[in-house]
Design a protein around this ligand. Structure first.
Ligand SMILES: NC(=O)c1ccc[n+]([C@@H]2O[C@H](COP(=O)([O-])OP(=O)(O)OC[C@H]3O[C@@H](n4cnc5c(N)ncnc54)[C@H](O)[C@@H]3O)[C@@H](O)[C@H]2O)c1
Length: 318
């Protein structure tokens, strides 16, 4: 595993649109960093966000937030990439491939030529494809390049289950795995509420129609982005909190288990593609995947999800 000795008090965000700005705002409130560099091809936008977010500092913790350039990122512990086109109503994440690969081809070399030694967190969509792209273009060790993956989808799953069962969503343990997108999988066979198998807990709360309820919840999670985009054109608060959670695990060397997107190395017979599975996240980035005890149906859906992503990588010569 590549070791990096970098300034974990400093974070860079490339792309200051809805997602970049909301992430910057949540990171400012978190107190995790003392310096935050904002970069956008629209310099005025980065400057405006830096000013606006800085005005909240007297209510949070001291830090420096400024619109910068790639030279400012050289010693950052973490760079978060949210630059790229977002989904328009009716568009899938995979529809963004070509536009956003081209953007990554302009961004990643700017980072590598400054001898950056920290961790790259990819958020722009399609996040799994762009994590593979960033890994390939940077040539960094796989532990240093991760995507936000299904951290957000998993939060949506926990939230919906918490609502369904009238219980704190933090007591729900369940994962969405695979692509952050239409082929994602709810790993129901491993879901539990504080150690109690999900079906049993549902029955304790008066729900007996498991198949119907889990099918609806998984569909609602998968369609969340479409529903939000149809109403307000973009999603950004949920992902901003997910970004904050991933940064926290890295900067504080928490060894937290999060379903980030990372390169697969033969787990379930899948390799050569980045997708989401629970993984231990520490100050080096991704330590290792945590294999879930999936049933046959889930493994086969995971392989199908990997094949969908692989096909796109091949079509785009990644
Ligand atoms: N991973 C997730 O769970 C998740 C969730 C929500 C959105 N997203 C994705 O995040 C991305 C950003 O979404 P958004 O709603 O903030 O879009 P947006 O259009 O509001 O912002 C994109 C920003 O990127 C900037 N940009 C474009 N090319 C650039 C470049 N080469 N260098 C620097 N900046 C550049 C633009 O100027 C713009 O400010 C999209 O791809 C979206 O699909 C991911």
């Amino acid at each position: 595993m590549e070791q990096n000795f970098v300034n974990f008090n400093k974070v860079g965000i490339i792309g200051c649109g809805f997602v970049g700005a909301a992430s910057a705002f949540s990171l400012m409130q978190s107190g995790l960093f003392t310096e935050m560099v904002l970069i956008d091809s629209d310099q005025a936008r980065a400057e405006g966000e830096a000013l606006d977010i800085s005005h909240g500092i007297p209510f949070a913790k001291p830090m420096e937030i400024y619109a910068g350039n790639y030279d400012d990122l050289k010693d950052a512990g973490l760079i978060i990439i949210t630059a790229g086109a977002n989904q328009k109503p009716g568009e899938t994440r995979l529809d963004l491939v070509k536009k956003n690969i081209a953007i990554f081809k302009s961004i990643i070399p700017e980072i590598t030529k400054r001898d950056f030694k920290g961790i790259l967190l990819i958020v722009a969509n399609p996040v799994d494809i762009l994590t593979s792209v960033a890994l390939k273009l940077s040539g960094y060790a796989p532990n240093r390049v991760l995507g936000s993956g299904t951290v957000l989808d998993t939060a949506r799953l926990k939230y919906n289950l918490g609502q369904h069962l009238n219980v704190d969503s933090r007591s729900v343990h369940a994962f969405i795995i695979g692509e952050h997108g239409d082929s994602e999988i709810a790993a129901w066979s491993c879901a539990n509420v504080s150690g109690i198998k999900l079906d049993k807990f549902c029955e304790m709360r008066g729900h007996f129609n498991h198949q119907e309820a889990t099918r609806k919840i998984a569909e609602d999670v998968k369609n969340s982005a479409y529903e939000i985009i149809a109403r307000k054109k973009a999603t950004y608060y949920g992902i901003a909190m997910s970004v904050k959670r991933i940064c926290e695990a890295i900067v504080r060397d928490e060894k937290s288990i999060l379903p980030i997107s990372a390169q697969m190395n033969g787990e379930y017979g899948i390799s050569g593609v980045a997708l989401s599975l629970p993984a231990i996240v520490n100050s080096q980035g991704v330590e290792t995947h945590v294999p879930l005890q999936l049933n046959e149906e889930e493994v086969s859906a995971l392989k199908k999800s990997a094949d969908t992503l692989k096909k796109i990588l091949e079509e785009n010569q990644i």
